[in-house]
Design a protein around this ligand. Structure first.
Ligand SMILES: Cc1cc2nc3c(=O)[nH]c(=O)nc-3n(C[C@H](O)[C@H](O)[C@H](O)COP(=O)(O)OP(=O)(O)OC[C@H]3O[C@@H](n4cnc5c(N)ncnc54)[C@H](O)[C@@H]3O)c2cc1C
Length: 381
């Protein structure tokens, strides 16, 4: 396996790193405290092609490979995890689902505005009574004449109140369980699609997480995405979720790296007992463990992305990357707060935000427990 990034990948990393430092980092604290969506960043990120990362240029995307996409997500997360979540979910879940399973007309109508960043994408599977057991969802879609009529509740939808295009997963054949679930493209102004409560969260507070009420939302028959009754399997088994998991892994690496970089700086500056705390072995060991975890996590993320690029199976690799990187991020951000001492507990330093932001990586797109189930299932298959 080649561990060296191409010159294009390195240039991409530099561009996004500079963009993150200049455009994202300065407003991150304010957005976190106010739980304010970064509307001002959307056109700038659109200009960089960040809303069509892996969408081919023929469909107005940036045409990156999977490794390029995880480089982007890591750099965004290093700047602000909430921004990385917006870009990752838009790309891997919503745009990715339409690109992979949409027909020509759907790609033309919906993919181009998503890739250009004119419309944000959301992807709604989770419901009040179905999270990890997502296949037990209760939202129903019935075909009435030429329309699908969708009724149900969706919970914790990223971009729930800001998206222009939603993928809604609904049961079309309840007696078949998760083999009777289909995906639908639903436009924001569809009558019956009602945005509910916007959640007040522990971390990634600038991202938009909302409830959706589908009150007999009527979508045209042709907005069925992919084959009837295959929506859940398409999402789960082909690549939507697995691609999403690699993205969360990349995001976790970015958050952990932010924690490490801030900690190195602080440890050099902060003096106790007449010397910089960086001179204490206890601090050095924490830094060394953080760096080692980050490097290992990044390699797992790159490996999963590369397998995906090569068209090889990557279910286990994606879950391993997501699981490991999330746990590294939670541990590294905890160490970062520790290294900052009491100051790390205060809002003046960004490490407390990293600490809160990291936690979502262990929950979204399948909890750590679910990732372990997936890995074990692959091992025992
Ligand atoms: C910020 C944020 C953004 C999100 N964005 C989206 C989105 O855009 N679209 C979307 O559809 N969803 C989204 N989600 C939902 C997310 O995918 C779910 O929260 C997650 O899958 C877990 O489901 P749950 O919250 O219902 O927890 P539960 O499934 O109720 O889990 C509770 C606990 O039980 C454990 N558990 C459950 N089943 C098992 C098992 N079989 N074995 C062992 N342990 C188990 C879990 O690991 C967890 O510890 C988002 C969530 C968050 C927090």
């Amino acid at each position: 396996m080649d561990f060296e990034l191409t010159e294009e990948h390195k240039a991409l990393r530099q561009t996004i790193r500079e963009f993150g430092a200049a455009e994202i980092m300065p407003g991150a604290k304010e957005r976190d405290e106010a739980a304010r969506f970064p509307h001002e960043l959307i056109p700038k990120m659109a200009e960089l092609g960040l809303f069509g990362l892996m969408i081919p240029e023929t469909c107005e995307g940036a045409g990156l490979d999977g490794v390029g996409a995880v480089i982007v997500i890591e750099e965004l997360a290093r700047a602000e995890a909430a921004v990385a979540l917006i870009v990752a979910s838009h790309n891997s879940l919503c745009a990715g689902h339409i690109f992979k399973f949409g027909n020509e007309a759907q790609r033309k109508k919906y993919l181009a505005p998503l890739a250009r960043g004119e419309k944000l994408g959301a992807w709604a599977l989770t419901e009040p009574t179905s999270g990890s057991d997502a296949g037990s969802l209760k939202t129903r879609a019935r075909l009435v004449k030429d329309s699908w009529v969708i009724r149900g509740e969706k919970l914790f939808t990223t971009q729930g109140s800001t998206a222009g295009i939603y993928i809604i997963m609904a049961s079309t054949e309840p007696s078949s369980g998760n083999r009777g679930i289909s995906a639908f493209i639903v436009e924001r102004d569809t009558p019956g699609l009602v945005v509910g409560r916007v959640e007040n969260k522990l971390g990634v507070r600038a991202s938009d997480t909302a409830q959706l009420h589908l009150e007999d939302a009527r979508v045209p028959k042709e907005n069925l995405l992919g084959e009837l009754n295959r929506g859940f399997r398409d999402a789960l088994t082909i690549s939507i979720w697995q691609g999403g998991r690699i993205g969360i892994g990349a995001s976790a690496v970015g958050i952990a790296r932010a924690a490490l970089e801030d900690s190195i700086k602080y440890a050099r500056e902060r003096r106790q007992f007449g010397k910089a705390i960086a001179e204490f072995e206890a601090i050095q060991w924490m830094l060394a463990d953080m760096a080692t975890g980050i490097d290992a996590a990044r390699l797992l993320v790159y490996r999963a992305a590369r397998l995906r690029d090569q068209g090889r199976p990557f279910t286990k690799a994606a879950s391993e990357a997501k699981l490991f990187a999330s746990e590294v991020a939670v541990k590294a951000t905890n160490s970062a707060v520790q290294i900052h001492g009491g100051y790390g507990y205060m809002k003046d330093f960004a490490v407390e935000r990293y600490f809160r932001d990291a936690k979502v990586c262990e929950i979204g797109e399948g909890t750590s427990e679910v990732q372990r189930l997936v890995i074990a299932r692959e091992l025992l298959a």
